[in-house]
Design a protein around this ligand. Sequence first.
Ligand SMILES: [Fe+2]
Length: 293
Amino acid sequence: MIIDTQDDVTQAVLDEMVRTPDPRTKEVLSSLVRHLHAFVREVKLTEKEFQDAIGYLNAIGQKTTPSHNEAMLIAGALGVSNLVCLMNNGEKGKRPTQANNLGPFYREGVPHYEDGASLVISPTPGPALRFKGWVRDLQGKPVAGAEVDVWHSSPVGMYENQDRSQAEMNLRGRFATAADGSFSFRSVKPAGYPVPIDGPAGVLLRAQKRHNFRPAHLHFILYKPGYKTIASQVYDPADPHLETDSQFGVTRALIGDYRRQADGSYSLEFTFVIEPGEARRPRPPITEKVAAA
Ligand SMILES: [Fe+2]
């Protein structure tokens, strides 16, 4: 159609999308156009703001490398990651779930370990942690033979991929659950950490006077054919940023119960529930460790 005024633009775009053969693609893209145009109208977007927004989107891509995923960071900072997660898990959002954001630091190719092994490959400071987890189905029955990926930041707040002082794959590993659905590992207690703010995510947080910390957590992926694969995170209840997570990942179902032992080490036990569904590992947001200097 020929556009006469701004009132015609949305319909003109929708009209050109009617031939989209895939129904889901058609639904998603036409809804995106309607909401995007409604947003532009609601905020009365200026030409300068539009140019700034295009520059911002381009900067997200330019900031992204094989060892850093800026788009994932911003999806978290806007609460979209956890919204998508909670809508799609726990019987489609009906009940609490142990599913949580994948986060930007998941890698494939991690070492496979025997039950009880340590994730510590290179010298890593911090109090020792003994973790014991259980994987159960919706009826509470143990899920044996589930593959469990674990990864977390060091107590100085850096993942190995961000930190040349840590060995490749430090604090990362894969375990398999035993007949009783349990798995266990040793590591060091993770600390909260700042997410990177040297790119567009930092621009967003500074504009809103928000801090860039994530409360301390352990990351997991639970994979077993016949069950919906979930990413999970277990949070430290004592962390000062529990209620203001810069990535909005904390849910009540994921606050762990760290027990301090007499020797200063910690123990933590946690049960994950997985539900029937498609077993599919997520695409790793990063593929490499940060390059050597
Ligand atoms: Fe994390």
